[in-house]
Design a protein around this ligand. Structure first.
Ligand code: FES
Length: 494
């Protein structure tokens, strides 16, 4: 039996493997592409993982924690509720692990008996008068002894197995069908919350167990209701194992049949009376408006989309959402004060915490091409950073892109969330941030910087947001360098 064969039963999904060594899926995919990490039908062997990440101390979660903190920032509301799994979930998982342990113990006892029998046979043949037989079985006995010793002293693999068991106690793995998208459910999070946290866009409505829009069929594994729901399933739905993703958590690893949102057209227009939670000046001319929706009527939207806001003086305006769809209740907007803008003027001078702001939307198709395998470049000019921020937070949650590079062009001292961008770059190995300074008309002067950093621009998808003049300059620059049109998405933000 080869070393590789002995671990076939322990193949890991990429999502689980990335979690175990504390890197993003994108970083893992980079190793796979370069041939440093072999895969078998999309799965990874533990010993290959340990070989590819020899430096990783498996008990060291620092990298994962840094990464989780960033996601938590984008997911402010629910993450603070996230704790250990509830007693019922924990008891179910412990029972599952105990069953597995008992099975493994029985198997091990059987193997022990077989090995003892083999030793007896080898000893017997070693006493043979035939020198060839004696030597062959002597060598076999030595090999067996050596292999058994090697297995028991294989520390990194043991640490990996311990970490894997602990992970399974604290989290459950979900695979969606037919997309094959994967994510983890932590603590007693609902499946819907966990999917949104992982940047996966599912169909849902009330988030509250009333509308039934988040129905999904459990095709394998066990779930548990963690929130009361009023929606009643038909007998047929009950028999087919339907659940509500907004009310159930995963007890064991599960597979779920469900529909995902694949384009902006899948999301209906919504009208929501939101309340102002905070108003925070980011500089003299830009204000962070934080709106909160009612608990039972949240905004279903894609990262990068816009909504129309109306704030009581009759003036309304369209703004890109500057926060991640993973927190659909807390919505952020970057309001830029410009002459003759009645809505912005009202927000700066009259709007107060607790006031109502009516929201209609979402609109627009400036969203990530979900299944693109390419790395991502984001170019923002001014408050074009707002939809770009939403896209970046979403891309970080998805963990799929190998590299993310943000170029933010502004006038001098205009990068109003510079520290946030720097903290992303400090925390994540695959995120790069380059602030650039230019007047709007001169933005094209600084774009060649992208080519210096990435001579092979065609290996990227590019998302650009800002005023019309900047977008025209960007398109012209990219066309000159034969950048494929279909890999560029732009969003006008004045
Ligand atoms: S979203 Fe309405 S029942 Fe789940």
């Amino acid at each position: 039996m080869s070393d590789a064969d002995s671990h076939d039963a322990l193949l890991l999904t990429l999502t689980r493997a990335a979690r175990l060594v504390g890197v993003s899926r994108g970083a893992l995919q980079k190793k796979i592409k370069s041939g440093e990490l072999p895969t078998f039908e999309g799965m990874v062997k533990p010993q290959d993982l340990v070989r590819a990440y020899p430096e990783t101390r498996l008990e060291d979660n620092t990298a994962l924690e840094r990464f989780t903190n960033i996601k938590d920032e984008a997911f402010a509301r629910r993450v603070r509720e996230r704790v250990l799994p509830g007693p019922e979930v924990l008891a179910e998982r412990l029972a599952g692990l105990s069953r597995e342990l008992a099975q493994m113990k029985t198997s091990l006892e059987r193997y022990r008996t077989i090995i003892d029998w083999l030793y007896d046979k080898f000893n017997e043949y070693e006493k043979s008068d035939n020198r060839d037989i004696k030597n062959t079985f002597g060598r076999l006995k030595l090999w067996l002894h050596h292999e058994l010793e090697r297995e028991t002293h294989s520390d990194p693999l043991q640490s990996l197995a311990v970490k894997e068991s602990f992970l399974r106690l604290m989290t459950a793995h979900v695979r969606l069908l037919p997309s094959q998208h994967e994510f983890f459910v932590e603590g007693s999070d609902t499946i819907l919350d966990a999917a949104m946290r992982a940047g996966i866009s599912l169909r849902y409505g009330c988030s509250n167990g009333n509308c039934g829009q988040c129905k999904a069929r459990v095709s394998s594994g066990k779930t548990l209701a963690v929130r009361h729901h009023d929606y009643s399933f038909t007998e047929a739905e009950k028999n087919q194992n339907y659940i509500l993703m907004c009310s159930h958590t995963a007890v064991s690893d599960i597979e779920l049949e469900t529909q995902e949102i694949t384009s902006a057209h899948d999301i209906p227009s919504q009208q929501i009376a939101t309340r102002v939670k905070t108003l925070e000046p980011l500089n003299d001319d830009i204000l962070l408006l934080h709106l909160q929706t009612p608990r039972t009527k949240r905004l279903n939207f894609l990262a990068g989309q816009s909504v129309t806001l109306e704030a009581g003086n009759g003036a309304e305006a369209s703004y890109p959402v500057a926060s991640c769809p993973c927190d659909d209740r807390n919505l952020q907007f970057h309001i830029h004060r410009t002459p003759h803008d009645r809505f912005a003027d009202f927000v700066f001078r009259k709007l107060k915490n607790g006031n109502i702001v009516n929201l209609t939307g979402p609109q627009g198709e400036f969203s990530l091409s979900e299944d693109s395998p390419r790395s991502l470049i984001f170019i923002a000019y001014g408050t074009g950073f707002a939809p770009i921020k939403s896209l970046i937070e979403h891309a970080m949650a998805r963990e799929v892109a190998e590299t993310l590079h943000l170029y933010w062009i502004e006038r001098e001292h205009g990068h109003y969330l510079n520290n946030l961008c720097r903290s992303w770059a400090d925390a994540l190995d695959n995120f790069h941030y380059t602030p650039l300074t230019a007047a709007p008309d001169d933005a094209a002067q600084v774009l060649p910087r992208m080519l210096q950093d990435h001579p092979d621009l065609a290996a990227f998808d590019i998302y650009a947001a800002g005023p019309e003049a900047f977008l025209n300059a960007t398109k012209k620059f990219l066309a000159t360098h034969k950048f494929p049109d279909k890999q560029l998405k732009v969003n006008r933000v004045d």
